[in-house]
Design a protein around this ligand. Structure first.
Ligand code: F6P
Length: 546
């Protein structure tokens, strides 16, 4: 492999092609081929991707396919599914796909079938979920659990929180989930405020069980419980999800109440592991297995479908086209379904923590742009906020519009309007002002040629949510592989963690902090405020005080 994908001849051909095709408009492309919409759409197991509203031609597609081949994408996919140690900086395999592999199949890692371990843990999770849902698992005072509180952050929070929000219609009638992630004490206060300790089960979710935010929240929750029900209640009100049995025991959770996962599951890929326990308890083991089945369906598709028909490959390559050849710095995810409101935040971690890198798998500077800024919000709300910039701003923001064909509510008029808006937006972005282009005043001119994909799900269910998750996971893999990055480490977050620990000491100390003048002043200002609060005085914030 070359030091950078930009050294491949096909990369240069793509650059030249971009210059040559820059004058082509979306209108022209659609006029030229009346069947473009159908021809540039693919379907896999009910999921439809229409990628026709991108300024791409047959040549663009064939060059992108060549790029994938010249980067040995097929070998990369095989390596991941086979458990090769492609997470090189951590010397780990990447096998989140094994989490949704059916029990009848096997995935061997160092001669051991990891699928067996996966299903053993799934069985234990199901037993706990069934016991809680049936009221058999009781708290210390004999009352059934009504609320499960997941304490975790990053991948140990975003997945279950997003999926719970999406799948609330599948929730048990009397068992709800809540999520505490931020070390900001307002977060835990908000969650614990009206909770009854007797009917609450805490799930401390942390791959490493060393994450300071999670441990701080878990200790506070433990104190809250012990203050109300006594020390002996902990066993009935705390379980853990982790790869680190030793630290779980140190925290004081019985290893019998720990649900294991493995270092070959990255945090941001861990929803289908025991990290999904809170979700499983609320939607039930059967529905949780549906989510796994949906993800597995896309895994199979990703592994076996020709690149031209392969949804994650197409999404990944189109993203590379926009990012590396059209200069897009950002990428928007726009679910036209309120239940998917947390999807953009979930995908932010998936995409930006995976591919927000500047060096390749061999430690060399990559030399091309990697992960774009991913953001988004549900439609139609976004239309009344930031869509102005999508239509007429100076920044190119390619976007994925996600729609669900069948709603579960009975408000047909609402759904018709919602979907009409989705279709209208992608059309306006693509074609601009179709009436009399260029004739109105400049402020009413809509240039068009703003690319978007439309992804349609038949309905929103655990199965289709599993599909959607796997679709984006593999899209991220495709891009990471082509850019040459290790999509499965996250060293970039380490520095901030280390600095926070030393500044935390500075906040409590009397010594002058020996940092830069800005941080020193901010720390001093905080110390004064802290002293005033402790002394019950109003907070002084003048410069003289510091
Ligand atoms: O923020 C970095 C990170 O390591 C994420 O990758 C991870 O999802 C999150 O922290 C939480 O880590 P853990 O599950 O080990 O508490």
């Amino acid at each position: 492999m070359p030091a950078s994908p930009s050294e491949l001849p096909v990369w240069r051909e793509l650059s030249t092609h971009r210059v040559e095709s820059a004058v082509t408009s979306m209108r022209e492309l659609f006029d030229r081929n009346p069947r473009r919409g159908a021809e540039l759409s693919v379907e896999c197991d009910g999921v439809v991707l229409d990628y026709s509203k991108n300024v791409i031609t047959d040549r663009t597609l064939s060059l992108l396919m060549r790029l994938a081949r010249d980067c040995d994408l097929a070998a990369g996919i095989d390596a991941m599914f086979a458990g090769a140690r492609i997470n090189t900086t951590e010397d780990r395999p990447v096998l989140h796909t094994a989490l949704r592999t059916p029990a009848s199949e096997s995935v061997l890692l160092d001669g051991v079938d990891v699928v067996r371990s996966v299903h053993e843990v799934l069985e234990r999770m199901s037993d706990l979920a069934d016991a809680i849902r049936s009221g058999r698992w009781c708290g210390a005072t004999g009352r059934p659990v009504r609320t499960v509180v997941n304490i975790g952050i990053g991948g140990s929070d975003l997945g279950p929180a997003m999926a719970y929000h999406a799948l609330r219609e599948f929730a048990h009638a009397t068992v709800e989930a809540r999520f505490i992630s931020n070390v900001d004490g307002h977060d835990i206060d908000r969650v614990l405020g009206d909770l009854d300790p007797e009917t609450t089960l805490f799930i401390v979710s942390s791959k490493t069980f060393t994450t300071i935010e999670t441990l701080t929240n878990a200790r506070t929750a433990r104190r809250w419980l012990v203050d109300r029900l006594g020390e002996n209640a902990v066993g009935k009100h705390f379980v853990a999800v982790s790869t680190n049995a030793r630290e779980v025991a140190v925290f004081g959770i019985d290893p019998a109440n720990m649900f294991e996962f493995w270092d070959w599951v990255g945090g941001r890929y861990s929803l289908p592991s025991a990290i999904g326990l809170s979700l499983m308890i609320v939607i039930g083991p059967e529905q949780f297995r549906e989510l796994l089945a949906g993800a597995h369906s896309i895994d199979r598709h990703f592994r076996t479908a020709a690149f031209e028909e392969n949804l994650p490959v197409l999404l990944g390559l189109l993203g590379i086209w926009h990012r590396n050849f059209c200069g897009a710095q950002a990428f928007a995810v726009l679910p036209y379904d309120q239940r998917l409101a947390l999807l953009p935040a979930y995908l932010q971690q998936l995409d930006m923590e995976s591919n927000g890198k500047s060096v390749d798998r061999h430690g060399r500077a990559i030399g091309v742009d990697t992960a774009p800024i991913l953001w988004g919000a549900p439609g139609t709300n976004g239309q009344h906020a930031f869509f102005q910039m999508l239509h007429q701003g100076t920044t190119l923001v390619p976007s994925d519009f996600i729609g669900v064909l069948e709603p579960t509510h009975a408000h047909r008029a609402h759904h018709d309007l919602l979907m009409a808006n989705l279709f209208a937006q992608t059309r306006a972005l693509a074609f601009g002002d179709l009436g009399s282009p260029g004739e109105g005043p400049p402020h009413r001119s809509f240039p068009g040629d703003r690319p978007s994909n439309t992804i349609l799900l038949p309905r929103l269910s655990p199965y289709t949510l599993g599909q959607l998750i796997a679709l984006y996971e593999h899209k991220v893999f495709v891009q990471g592989w082509i850019w040459g990055v290790n999509s499965f480490d996250q060293w970039g977050v380490e520095l901030g963690k280390k600095l926070a620990t030393s500044i935390h000491d500075d906040l409590e100390s009397d010594r002058a902090p020996g940092l830069d003048s800005s941080t020193n002043a901010l720390i001093m200002r905080y110390r004064h405020a802290r002293q005033s609060v402790t002394a019950g005085r109003p907070t002084a914030t003048t410069n003289e005080m510091i």
